[in-house]
Design a protein around this ligand. Structure first.
Ligand code: GAL
Length: 418
């Protein structure tokens, strides 16, 4: 046998081995927007879980907090007939995608793994379209948090606020001490995250539900909404001039370093503190956003699977869905992400006090009716109305001329978008 034929035999043997392996293993292309420090660590645990089952992870990360860019890219991929295997899609958008007929029915996995009994009903309802599971839930983020640097507060001689009056007293003191009072960034979803916190804190739970979940025109045009908008705009006076264009995690970094005193942001911010080696209760503190201690704006991350013809890929995707709901993954992922497990009856002993509080408050607010979907994070209304209201809120935030009354008119109009 000459050299060439030996080599080609070796190549054939290798090809056979590869084929044999790929009979059980498949590639899963996963679209997400988790690129910050804490987010990347969390998504790394999902990748490792899938790889441990012999599958290949094809990373489809589209940077941009809140996922607006990722959703735009996803649309163009699906329209061109080239959908990824799995994508992070959340809230009512899941139903919108399912109505297009492009999402896989996940009932076989959900039934075998008993998801109905492992998930709170508020969660499983979001994961279903016409009674069938179309997504696997990953975690629960609480959005109405305030993150603070205790050293900065000490320097400024002020205390971490629990209501909006105290918030502005603290902001003034931080400013006098030469510290940026509020770390803020430049994308409209960051403005919207602050706006919904103010709406909940100033208006209360019933107002929030009527205005931002039911989109009730009378509530959107009410004096309470005017007060919410005025308070919201006042927050801007305490942000720095470099906020426009800044990513949310860079704003969190300002609080980590003590350049800024506080940030209003969901608990993915905790993922950044933790990734930077910071300890809750010592290096940073988490408290409910001003005036919202008894309420909870929830944001549930989830993955939907797109229909695939390829049998190997289908097996890999099913393994992904099973892995997402496993107790080990639920724990590891949320420890890195700053969230809490979505699966019921999970042990919380490895979690910090912020997560323990989030977990207890999730259960408590579900009973009192103060567990509300986050509009800024795609949980409350259809995606078209959400986008339009988000734009109106940011226009108001960025304009020196628009009055609160003008903004109310714009929001009312935006709320009608379908
Ligand atoms: C949210 C998402 C979170 C988080 C955040 C910032 O919408 O649900 O998982 O990472 O955006 O990117």
């Amino acid at each position: 046998m000459n050299r060439i034929s030996k080599n080609s035999l070796r190549a054939v043997a290798l090809a056979c081995a590869t084929l044999a392996a790929s009979a059980q293993a498949g590639e899963v292309e996963v679209l997400h927007w988790w690129t910050s420090g804490g987010e990347a660590k969390a998504v790394g645990s999902l990748k490792a879980t899938l790889q441990a089952k012999g599958h290949t992870w094809k990373d489809f990360a589209v940077a941009g907090g809140g996922g607006d860019s990722a959703m735009t890219v996803l649309k163009s991929r699906v329209v061109s007939g080239n959908a990824p295997a799995a994508a992070q899609i959340k809230g009512p958008s899941l139903q919108e995608w399912a109505a297009e007929g492009v999402l896989a029915n996940m009932d076989d996995v959900a039934k075998a793994e008993q998801w109905d009994s492992l998930l709170p009903k508020v969660v499983s309802d979001i994961m279903k379209y016409k009674g069938n599971y179309i997504a696997a839930p990953v975690n629960v983020h609480r959005v109405n948090w305030l993150w603070a640097n205790p050293e900065a507060f000490k320097k400024a001689g002020t205390k971490v606020p629990t209501n909006w009056d105290e918030f502005f007293v603290a902001a003034e003191a931080l400013k006098k001490a030469g510290i940026v009072p509020v770390a803020h960034g430049g994308q409209n979803w960051q403005d919207f995250t602050t706006f919904e916190a103010v709406a909940l804190g100033v208006g209360g739970t019933e107002f929030y539900k009527k205005a931002l979940v039911q989109l009730d025109p009378a509530t959107i045009s009410s004096p309470t909404m005017e007060k919410v908008l005025t308070t919201f705009k006042k927050v801007k006076d305490y942000t720095d001039k470099n906020a426009p264009g800044r990513d949310w995690n860079l704003a969190t970094a300002m609080v980590i370093k003590g350049e800024a005193g506080m940030q209003i942001m969901g608990d993915w911010a905790k993922g950044e503190f933790v990734a930077a080696g910071k300890v809750p209760g010592k290096d940073f503190v988490c408290v409910a956003a001003p005036g919202t201690a008894k309420a909870y704006t929830f944001n549930i991350d989830s993955f939907a699977l797109f229909n695939q013809r390829d049998a190997e890929k289908t097996k890999a995707r099913k393994d992904l869905a099973v892995a997402i709901m496993s107790t080990e993954f639920q724990e590891t992922f949320s420890l890195n992400k700053g969230s809490i497990p979505v699966r019921l009856n999970m042990k919380m002993d490895k979690f910090d006090d912020c997560a323990k509080a989030s977990s207890a408050d999730f259960v408590a607010t579900a009973k009192t009716g103060a567990l509300v979907p986050s509009i800024a994070h795609g949980m409350a209304v259809n995606s078209a109305a959400e986008g339009a209201i988000k734009d109106a809120v940011s226009q108001y935030w960025n304009s020196d001329k628009m009055s609160a009354k003008d903004a109310m008119g714009k929001i009312a109009l935006a709320a009608k978008t379908r």
